[in-house]
Design a protein around this ligand. Sequence first.
Ligand SMILES: [Cu+2]
Length: 158
Amino acid sequence: MKSYPLLSVLFSLFFFSQSALAESALTFEGAWIAEAPPSSKVNVAYMEINNPGDQEVKVVSATSENFTRISFHQTQQKNDMATMQHMDTLTIPAKGKLVLEAGSHHIMLFNPVKKLKAGDQVNLDLKLENDDIIKLVVPVKNQNTDHNSHDHSAHMHH
Ligand SMILES: [Cu+2]
């Protein structure tokens, strides 16, 4: 092995901390992933994203080593049916926040490599429009009975 890979890691770490300092970074509160029923092949992540900056910020994609695919959804109530709409980005308004919660915006995590249980921690990387990567460690928690009304396993996905 040459030293190149290590150097590039160090370089990107340096770059990441530089850009985090240079810009008004997003802050994340109360991030959690809901433990899914035994038969379910999806998990859902919730959090509050605050944007103290004076520019709108877009999260364009998310990745995790524990899931083969991640997308952004918004639940909408149509008549008596909750349907999920695919969102290309999570957009956090300038000096504002985006709340990801049951019945609203959420992050949909497909095909867990390892079945998650309450107490587990999941690495989740969010990529911004400017190519910055935000690395989150998100705890897995028991789903409240409230959230059972939004049963993702029953939904069709596009
Ligand atoms: Cu969804």
